[in-house]
Design a protein around this ligand. Structure first.
Ligand code: NAP
Ligand code: 8YV
Length: 314
């Protein structure tokens, strides 16, 4: 019988899926330890695998000298130091594809809720304003509106399919034009922001996309426009967004992601209308989280069996 690998769990994921790892590995749960330094010193050397969500710096790899594999629960791996892993000969796997539909569903939920002001309308009733002040304000269409998708990748394409079903006019921006799609391509993000009424961000995080949606882009979306961010918090200049929301230079925003989760910038929390905040939940359904977890399970099995990894990044 093959020996079970030891896995250091840095950050836990969907429990029913994470628990399945115990069938094929011995897991050590660092996040539960009171003294993390002692825990790492004791268990780090016997582990050949780290399990995490988005985050794995070189310093963590350093504490696991026999590391062979990093299991990243999530398609985005902006917090995993890939060059360091590659330098160390460590393989990194992620969980692409199985979450495309779920994240696209969430993007559409935010588009619908943001355009039709569902959250503000709910509060309007609860605070007694319907009886006191009459009907709620008029809002903007979803159908017939122009949506610009920043990142027409695996998830972006699913968002586009859904927007098409809602009879929206679709454009996209990314660094390379896709040869096989009918949607309008914008070489320049600012041009797309000026033309669209809804801008949806679904690109990777990290240094190369930091602050891409800056004050000029936000202003270009405009006073009747909506920004939806299901990408990474770092992609948007959130302080600029807060300023633009406060003085009406952008109509609204719906954000699922933030730069330092679970902290949400105070400047955003202070804004009471035209802003929907959700706690990074775009892939968080039972079914999708189970599928994501099972991709990691299969990759861990591949390590033991010395067969190819299914979702290798480096
Ligand atoms: P993907 O298939 O790799 O697509 C990413 C797209 O972004 C590509 O089409 C790429 O096109 C574009 N892109 C990359 N860098 C860019 C840049 N600097 N400027 C403009 N466009 C750029 O990835 P995916 O599977 O769709 O996932 C996308 C991201 O969504 C993930 O990395 C993750 O951060 C985020 N996400 C969030 C959640 C959530 O819970 N909110 C869930 C899943 C994923 P070019 O290379 O041609 O530019
Ligand atoms: C995460 C995500 O997996 O896949 C991604 O990149 O952002 C999500 O699906 C989830 O937030 C767990 O951290």
């Amino acid at each position: 019988m093959q020996k079970k690998p030891h896995v250091l769990i840095y950050a836990p994921w969907y429990k029913p899926a994470m628990d399945r790892l115990d069938e094929i590995a011995i897991t050590h749960h660092l996040y539960k330890a009171r003294n993390k330094k002692e825990f790492l010193a004791e268990h780090g050397p016997k582990c050949s695998v780290i399990g995490t969500m988005h985050y794995c710096p070189d310093s963590l790899m350093e504490a696991v000298p026999n590391l062979e594999l990093i299991l990243n629960f999530g398609v985005g791996y902006d917090g995993v130091d890939i060059p360091a892993a590659t330098r160390r000969g460590v393989k990194v796997v992620n969980t692409p594809e199985v979450l495309n539909d779920c994240v696209a569903d969430m993007a559409l939920s935010l588009i619908l809720a943001g355009r039709r002001k569902l959250v503000d309308a709910d509060r309007y009733i609860r605070f007694g304003n319907w009886e006191k002040n009459g009907n709620f304000e008029y809002v903007h269409n979803v159908h017939s509106s122009k949506v610009g998708i920043l990142g027409l990748g695996r998830i972006g394409l699913e968002i586009a399919t859904r927007c098409a079903a809602f009879k929206m006019d679709i454009g996209y921006h990314q660094r390379t034009k896709k040869p096989d799609v009918k949607f309008k391509y914008y070489e320049n993000l600012l041009d797309m922001a000026k033309e669209c009424e809804i801008l949806v961000a679904i690109i990777p995080g990290g240094e190369s996309t930091k602050g891409l949606i800056n004050e000029s882009i936000i202003e270009a979306i405009g006073p009747t426009g909506l920004l939806v961010n299901v990408a990474r918090g770092t992609v948007v200049d959130n302080e600029a967004l807060a300023r633009c929301l406060k003085d009406g230079r952008i109509g609204g925003a719906a954000l699922d992601v933030f730069p330092e989760e679970p902290k949400v910038p105070k400047s955003l929390l202070e804004i009471e209308t035209n802003l929907i905040l959700t706690p990074h939940m775009a892939s968080a359904t039972h079914l999708t989280r189970m599928k994501m977890g099972m991709i990691l399970y299969d990759n861990l099995k591949a390590l033991t069996n010395r067969t190819p990894f299914t979702t290798l990044i480096n």
